[in-house]
Design a protein around this ligand. Structure first.
Ligand code: NAD
Length: 260
């Protein structure tokens, strides 16, 4: 379905980004991977994805907190792979603390990586998409883009912000063959959430398994995690012709979190 298309997925060395990148490669898209991690492990991942799916896979270690590096990431994809047709703004970090004790530098980093990076990448990718009259921008927001939780001030602010950016991008591209949507996952058991599970287990003396269930039970009626593969399938749908008129949406996949 995506043969001849090029996808840039930020933060795709792990978790949800990797799940989405894998699904897009399976549909034939060439990939620009991005994210941090062990260089040898990333190179192994790059080669495996390319061999398994018969697509070109490149990698950039651009730091999504740095606008100049974000522009370089988009330029590198255009130079090495020919274009940027699909942009998945996924890289993200978390920090949990009450506002009075929330470190200023964590606020700045979360706003930069979880929100501003999507603006800079979208700004850099749009001219090429408009020229080719086809584009799919998928912003990975969160249920926290639509409702709040205590002790996540920066994350909730950034995720609400990215849903606003999604709507503006949709309006500005409505007649250019481009769609822009946000995906709002509930709990997904990635390293980002594993840290929260471990912190909870430590604070309460629970086992890791008990802490997982307690974490789910607090917010999510369905006591199971959404997976990166589930989210990859939703991203694939958003890249399909069936979703050609779907734009400006914030789409939850959240085990009933937002139904309450
Ligand atoms: P993760 O920690 O598994 O992956 C994060 C990815 O972002 C990694 O590849 C990491 O290297 C990369 N990254 C972090 N900082 C970066 C930077 N400065 N520059 C470039 N890359 C950077 O986390 P995840 O859970 O897969 O999160 C991915 C996205 O999904 C985030 O935006 C997160 O907010 C969102 N999300 C996650 C959940 C969940 O339950 N896990 C729920 C809703 C939304």
């Amino acid at each position: 379905m995506l043969k001849g298309r090029v996808a840039v997925v930020t933060g795709s060395t792990s978790g949800i980004g990797l799940g989405i990148a894998t699904m897009l490669a399976a549909e034939g898209a060439a990939l620009m991977l991005n994210g941090f991690g062990d260089a040898a492990a990333i190179e192994r991942l790059r080669r495996e994805l390319a061999e398994q799916h018969g697509v070109t896979v490149a990698y950039s270690g651009a730091d999504m907190s740095k606008p100049a590096q974000i522009r370089e990431l988009i330029a590198a994809a255009q130079q090495q792979l020919g274009s940027v047709d699909i942009l998945v703004n996924n890289a993200g970090i978390q920090h949990v603390a009450p506002i009075e004790r929330f470190p200023d530098e964590k606020w700045d980093a979360i706003i930069a990586i979880n929100l501003s990076a999507a603006f800079h990448a979208t700004k850099a990718a749009l001219p090429g998409m408009k020229q080719r009259r086809w584009g799919r921008i998928i912003n990975i927001a969160s249920t926290h883009g639509l409702v709040a939780s205590a002790e996540k001030a920066a994350y909730v602010a950034a995720k609400h912000g990215i849903i606003g950016l999604t709507k503006v991008t949709a309006l500005e591209t409505a007649n250019d063959g481009i769609t822009c949507n946000a995906i709002c996952p509930g709990w997904v058991l990635t390293p980002l959430v594993q840290q929260q599970v471990e912190a909870r287990a430590k604070a309460t003396g629970q086992t890791i398994e008990a802490a997982k269930i307690a974490l789910l039970r607090e917010k999510q009626p369905m006591l199971r995690f959404t997976t990166p593969e589930h989210l990859g399938a939703l991203a694939r749908f958003l890249c399909s012709d069936a979703a050609a008129t779907m734009t400006g949406e914030a789409l939850p996949m959240d085990g009933g979190w937002l139904a309450q």
